[in-house]
Design a protein around this ligand. Structure first.
Ligand code: COA
Length: 389
C-alpha cells in the first residue's frame, strides 16, 4: 500500500448514513435524495433520520423535537466564557471553545467508557440532543455578546430554524426566510466522510466525550478549503464589484493560479446538487421581496457563467458554499457567521457518524511512509555544523 495524498479515494470507514455520486451529482441521506429532503423535510426530522436511520413517526418526531426545544438553554457559565473572548475573534473559534467547554458544565463523559463497554444508548441520545440544541444558541448568543449586548434567550415555541433566526436578529422570523433557513440546515447536515466528519471520527474513536468530538470537527470545518469557503465567497464577490467585471477578474485570478472560492470539490465533478437548490432559494427569496435582492447575486451568476468556460472542463463547478453566503447575507446574517451556520447543521451528521462508529469502535491509527533521516547518533554541540537550517 502506498501513501495517497489527502487519502483521495481511500475508504476510511463503512457507513450507512449518506451516499454521494459525484459524477451524477446525487446525494442521499439514509437513501433519501437531498432534493426531496430539502423540499419536504425539516431540520429536526432530518437530524432524527440521520441519527436513528429512519424517518420518524409523528409521536417520535414530536418527542425528539420537544427534547431539542427543552435543551436550548445553556448554562450561564458558558455565557461568562463568551464575555471574556475578544469581540473581534472569529465565531468559529468562539464556537469551538464553547462547545469544548460543554462537557465540563454537563458532565457524564465518564459514562463513555463505563466498564469498558462503551456508553449507554441513553447517554448517546441525550448528549447528542443537548449538543445539537446548544449549537444554534451559542452562535445566536455570540451575535449579541460580541456587541456588548445581553444575549437573547432561546424560545421553545419556535422551530429550530425559526429560533435560530430569532436569536440572531431579535426579530420575529419571517416565515419564508425561516423555511429557507430550515432547508439550508437540511442541505448542510451531512456529506459522507468529508474532512470535518473524518476529524470527528478520529476523535470519537478514542472514546473522547461527544462535545470534544464536535469541537474537533468544528476546528476542521473552520478552514477555508472546507466550511470557511462560504465567507470567502462573499468577500470575493464584493471585490469583483459588478457583474461586468466578473470575467476579467476571473481571468486574472486564474492567471495568478489562485483558487476561486466556492468552486470545485474533491467528489463532485458536476455542479453540486446543493448549489442548485440554494440558487432556487435565492430566486424564491427574490420573488418574496418583489424582485429586490442583493446585487451580489447577479455578480455570482455572472461569475458562474464566466467560470463555465474556463473551469467546467476540469470538472470544477459551483459547490455548496457558492450560493449559501449570498443567501445568508440577504437574510441579514454577518459574513463571519456563515461557517458557524454550516457547523450547526453539520453537527447532526457528525453526531450520527459518532453514534454509528461507537457500535463497532476501533481506534484510528494509520501508518506513514517515513522519508526522514536514517537512525543516527546524537551530536554534541561542539561537533555540529551551524547554518543547516
Ligand atoms: N478554482 C480554480 N481552480 C480550481 C478550483 C477552484 N476553486 N478547484 C479546483 N481547481 C483546479 C485545480 O487547480 C486543478 O487544476 P490543474 O489540474 O490544472 O492543476 C484541478 O481543478 C483539480 O483540482 P484539485 O486541486 O485536484 O482538486 P481537489 O480535490 O484537491 O480540491 C477543493 C478540492 C475543494 C479543495 C478545491 O476545489 C478548492 O480549493 N476549492 C475552493 C475552496 C472551496 O470552495 N471549498 C469548499 C468545498 S465544499
Amino acid at each position: 500500500m502506498s501513501y495517497v495524498p489527502g487519502l483521495q479515494g481511500v475508504p476510511a470507514t463503512r457507513s450507512s448514513i449518506s451516499f454521494l455520486d459525484g459524477q451524477q451529482g446525487i446525494l442521499t441521506y439514509r437513501g433519501y435524495p437531498i432534493v426531496e429532503l430539502a423540499r419536504h423535510s425539516t431540520f429536526e426530522e432530518t437530524a432524527y433520520l440521520l441519527f436513528h436511520g429512519e424517518l420518524p413517526g409523528q409521536a417520535e418526531l414530536e418527542a425528539f423535537d420537544r427534547e431539542l426545544r427543552n435543551n436550548r438553554r445553556v448554562k450561564y457559565n458558558v455565557r461568562e466564557i463568551m464575555k471574556f473572548l475578544p469581540t473581534d475573534g472569529h465565531p468559529m473559534e468562539m464556537l469551538q471553545t464553547c462547545v469544548a467547554s460543554l462537557g465540563m458544565f454537563y458532565p457524564g463523559s465518564e459514562r463513555m467508557t463505563a466498564d469498558g463497554a462503551g456508553p449507554t444508548e441513553e447517554f448517546v441520545n441525550s448528549t447528542a440532543i443537548k449538543i445539537l440544541a446548544s449549537m444554534a444558541t451559542l452562535v445566536g448568543m455570540w451575535n449579541h455578546i460580541r456587541r456588548g449586548d445581553d444575549p437573547v434567550l432561546p424560545r421553545t415555541d419556535l422551530t429550530y430554524a425559526e429560533n435560530f433566526l430569532y436569536m440572531m436578529t431579535e426579530r420575529e422570523p419571517d416565515p419564508v426566510e425561516a423555511r429557507i433557513m430550515d432547508a439550508c440546515l437540511v442541505l448542510h447536515a451531512e456529506h459522507t466522510i468529508n474532512a470535518s466528519t473524518f476529524a470527528a471520527l478520529v476523535c470519537g474513536s478514542t472514546l473522547a466525550a461527544p462535545n470534544l468530538v464536535v469541537a474537533s470537527a468544528i476546528g476542521t470545518l473552520a478552514g477555508p478549503l472546507h466550511g470557511g469557503a462560504n465567507q470567502r465567497v462573499l468577500e470575493m464577490l464584493r471585490e469583483i464589484g459588478s457583474p461586468e467585471k466578473a470575467e476579467s477578474w476571473l481571468e486574472k485570478r486564474l492567471a495568478n493560479k489562485q483558487v476561486v472560492w466556492g468552486f470545485g470539490h474533491r467528489e463532485y465533478k458536476v455542479k453540486d446538487p446543493r448549489a442548485d437548490i440554494l440558487q432556487g432559494m435565492l430566486e424564491q427569496l427574490r420573488e418574496h421581496r418583489h424582485g429586490e435582492l442583493s446585487p451580489l447575486y447577479d455578480i455570482a451568476k455572472a461569475l458562474e457563467a464566466a467560470a463555465a468556460e474556463r473551469l467546467a472542463h476540469k470538472g470544477v463547478h459551483p459547490n455548496v458554499d457558492f450560493y449559501s453566503g449570498v443567501l445568508y447575507d440577504a437574510m441579514g446574517i454577518p459574513e463571519d457567521q456563515f461557517t458557524p451556520i454550516f457547523a450547526i447543521a453539520r453537527t447532526a451528521g457528525w453526531l450520527a457518524h459518532w453514534k454509528e462508529q461507537l457500535a463497532q469502535n476501533r481506534i484510528y491509527r494509520p501508518t506513514q511512509e517515513y522519508v526522514g533521516a536514517p537512525t543516527r547518533s546524537y551530536l554534541p554541540m561542539d561537533l555540529r555544523v551551524s547554518g543547516h537550517h
